[in-house]
Design a protein around this ligand. Structure first.
Ligand code: UDP
Ligand code: MG
Length: 317
């Protein structure tokens, strides 16, 4: 590789994607073949695949492709896989990209042009989410709305992990020590001069989405609680409001007793208040628990991922 070529590292997390790898490489060759002056390195992070994914990746390396394979010891999730890729990328720019061609490779050409114009982060914005199911697109909308209302910095909506980051941004990301990694939030948190290019989200080239409703919900809660204390504050505000209401109610009861004498019936209203407050307290404890649990995992300081082996280009994979 000539020294004057800039290196662009593509980080591709893969989980059971044996059928998607060949179409991905073919599409990349088609798009990137025409760009001169850059060397593209492919960093595949095998996130605990149990199918032929690793074998396919090793075939690529054997065929002399500029492929590095980071083999994780088990499935750690896409966020951890991305972190592993970011820790190993040596490029002047780094682009996380899905293997299923939902992030179209031709966008990379536009990203590089903006990067060369001096931008440090180039986001790929989805101008169209029609390839997503209605539930997914609407729940994503709700998540971004809620997140951006209560957390800072805001995460640009309609934009996934697909983006170009200059090496200064990557160096900043490597300094973030937390093990709860909501990458979209971390990407936004580090800042830097940011612009975007728009693209149309395609359907998956092969295989199936690895995210079900439960995983997405967990992801959303993790994202929200990682960057906002609003849920905790909500209980504070609710507590104050309920106390004020109780005070008003107590005054009302005292005045009524003074005016009309002791009023024995009141079982229904008593039950309603007790149950309401009990429920409120349980929810509050639940929210506290969510934060406490996350702090607990953070306090363990476990590594974000474990690598079984890094197959670098030099290895006889
Ligand atoms: N992926 C991964 N680990 C996981 C889940 C997903 O490495 O635990 C990879 C997957 O192989 C793909 C990318 O992350 O390259 C995006 O996953 P997917 O297409 O299933 O997500 P969606 O596009 O449906 O949001
Ligand atoms: Mg996908």
């Amino acid at each position: 590789m000539s020294k004057k070529h800039k290196i662009v590292s593509l980080i591709i997390p893969v989980l059971n994607e044996e059928d998607a790898i060949s179409p991905f490489m073919a599409a990349m060759d088609g798009c990137l073949g025409g760009i001169s002056g850059y060397h593209f390195e492919y960093i595949f992070v095998d996130d605990g695949s149990t199918d032929g994914t690793l074998a396919r990746l090793r075939d690529l390396a054997e065929a002399g492709r500029p492929v590095q394979i980071i083999e994780l010891s088990r499935n750690f999730g896409k966020e951890a896989a991305l972190s592993a890729g970011i820790d190993h990328a040596e490029g002047d720019a780094v682009i996380p990209i899905d293997v299923d061609l939902q992030d179209p490779p031709h966008v990379i050409v536009d990203m590089i042009a903006k990067w060369e114009a001096g931008w440090e982060v180039v986001l790929a914005m989805r101008s169209d989410r029609s390839s997503d199911t209605l539930v997914k697109s609407q729940s994503a909308r709700l998540f971004y709305w809620l997140h951006n209302r209560f957390s800072a910095p805001r995460i640009p909506a309609n934009c996934g992990d697909f983006r170009l980051m200059d090496k200064v941004v990557v160096a900043a990301l490597r300094r973030l020590p937390e093990s709860q990694r909501f990458m979209k939030g971390l990407f936004a948190w580090v800042g830097f001069r940011t612009t975007s290019v728009s693209y149309v989200r395609e359907s998956r080239s092969a295989g199936q989405s690895k995210f079900n409703v439960g995983k997405l919900l967990d992801f959303a809660i993790q994202g929200f609680t990682s960057f906002s204390l609003a849920p905790l504050r909500l209980w504070h505000i609710l507590g104050v409001m309920v106390s004020l209401l109780s005070l008003a109610f107590a005054t009302f009861i005292v005045v009524r007793v003074l005016v009309h004498g002791i009023d024995v019936p009141g079982y229904a209203s008593l039950m309603v208040v007790v149950l309401f407050l009990g429920g409120l307290q349980l929810i509050g404890i639940g929210v506290l628990g969510e934060y406490l649990g996350r702090s607990y995992f953070e306090a363990k300081r476990r590594p974000i991922y474990i690598i079984r082996k890094v197959h670098s280009r030099q290895d006889d994979c």
